[in-house]
Design a protein around this ligand. Structure first.
Ligand code: NAD
Ligand code: DAU
Length: 357
């Protein structure tokens, strides 16, 4: 299967993964127009895209995926052949503080986008693709053994995971009911440049740089599989171009580590690069109250995408962490700019009750 779209709608392209995706594809595919629709919530940052903003095949539209009229106009003007749908509320802890926006954007927003694509593509004679970006969290929580596969039943446990699972179900329902040509990817924890510092890795790097306490939830033994974002976006581009309609792909890195070991790795790298005494930043670690309903472990079987589509991650965790720490140390102004007053309010409500202020 080979699909070469000439015009692609990317939602949420000013966020962490969406901007890394656009930085890759806008340069890789100069004949394809990429229209980035983003509401610029706290997580959206156009500065991430400064190096492509003047590219002739890139355009930004400030808007919400819940705006059906705007979507109808964009489809009419641009004749999109593909949608790559990143836009979402993405942080589990925020979904625990207030799930409302997660349903509004992740569930209702996805429905509005699906309706727009269905209407615009009705009777289209040439191939189309709705690529929905999802997460391993829809499958729930693993014990110490085993991996999720594409056949694992859904068992989401946080409001965020439940909203993403709902969106996945809607996408498949549109495929079954209306023959909407979709692909879904479910991915493990991403890390790398431009990640908002509410997430564990950039939060640890930032607090270490400032000499501030590092919050580790519970006993730090929860396990995640960490995928370097540049490897992820290459996988996404391959899936859009090569995957069969109606297929689902799991994308992981096979780089599992528990949170405490990961925090040690990060702090030791910050100490090494900044010339601090080896191990000194570990003294900043604080064990704080656990995340309610904290999923113990995620792991994905990525062998289908490796065997059938020929993708493999290029960075192991050590290489990815070295690049990531170097990026954040080199981009202090980016970090300072995204941490506005609203983020400080969030940080207080998330960590104040855990004795971190
Ligand atoms: P992010 O929070 O960094 O970015 C989300 C982007 O969506 C922002 O630019 C924001 O402005 C935009 N957005 C939010 N609501 C919108 C709306 N109503 N209309 C238009 N734009 C809106 O998220 P991310 O970490 O880049 O994640 C992107 C996608 O990948 C999400 O769907 C997420 O569920 C999924 N995912 C993320 C990870 C991860 O580790 N970060 C892993 C697996 C899957
Ligand atoms: O697995 C994919 C998911 O990965 C994505 O779908 C989500 O959008 C993304 O946010 C991420 O979810 P996590 O909850 O796994 O990521 P987070 O960085 O928030 O937390 C990683 C682990 O670190 C988790 O076990 C909770 C823990 N943690 C997190 C924070 C923010 C801490 O111990 N302390 C913290 O301060």
């Amino acid at each position: 299967m080979s699909f070469t779209p000439t015009s692609v709608l990317v939602t949420g392209g000013a966020g962490f993964i969406g901007s890394n995706y656009l930085l890759h594809v806008v340069r890789a595919w100069p004949e394809t127009l990429y229209v980035n629709l983003d509401a610029l919530t706290y997580a959206g940052n156009l500065a991430n895209l400064a190096s492509v903003e003047d590219a002739p095949n890139y355009r930004f539209i400030h808007g919400d995926i819940n705006d059906a009229e705007l979507l109808a106009r964009l489809f009419a003007e641009n004749a999109f052949e593909a949608v790559v749908h990143f836009a979402a509320e993405s942080h589990v802890d925020r979904s625990i503080l207030d799930p409302t926006a997660f349903v509004t954007t992740n569930v209702h927003g996805t429905l509005v986008l699906l309706q727009a694509a269905r209407t615009a593509w009705d009777g289209a004679g040439t191939p189309r693709r709705f690529h929905h970006i999802s997460t391993d969290e829809v499958f729930g929580s693993l014990g110490p053994e085993g991996v999720f596969t594409a056949e694992t039943p859904y068992a989401p446990r946080s409001p965020y995971a439940a909203s993403k699972a709902s969106a996945d179900h809607l996408v498949r329902a549109f495929g079954t009911t209306y023959h909407l040509p979709y692909v879904i990817t479910n991915t493990s924890n991403n890390y790398g440049p431009y990640q908002f510092p509410e997430k564990l890795i950039p939060l640890v790097i930032r607090n270490a740089m400032k000499g501030e306490p590092i919050p580790v939830y519970g006993n730090g033994q929860n396990v995640r599989d960490w995928l370097y974002v540049e490897d992820h976006v290459k996988a996404l581009d391959i899936v859009l171009r090569r995957a069969e309609e109606g297929s689902t792909w799991l994308i992981g890195a096979d780089q599992e580590i528990n949170n405490l070991d990961l925090v040690h790795l990060l702090l030791d790298e910050v100490d090494r690069v900044t010339g601090k005494h080896a191990g000194s930043s570990r003294a900043l670690i604080r064990f704080v109250a656990d995340r309610p309903g904290h999923d113990f472990r995620y792991a994905l079987d990525s062998s289908p995408i490796e065997d059938q589509l020929g993708w493999k991650p290029e960075h192991d965790l050590n290489a990815g962490i070295r690049r990531t720490v170097a990026w954040y140390l080199d981009n202090v102004p980016w970090m300072d700019a995204v941490l506005d007053g609203a983020y400080r309010d969030y940080y207080s409500s998330q960590y104040g009750s855990r004795g971190m202020n």
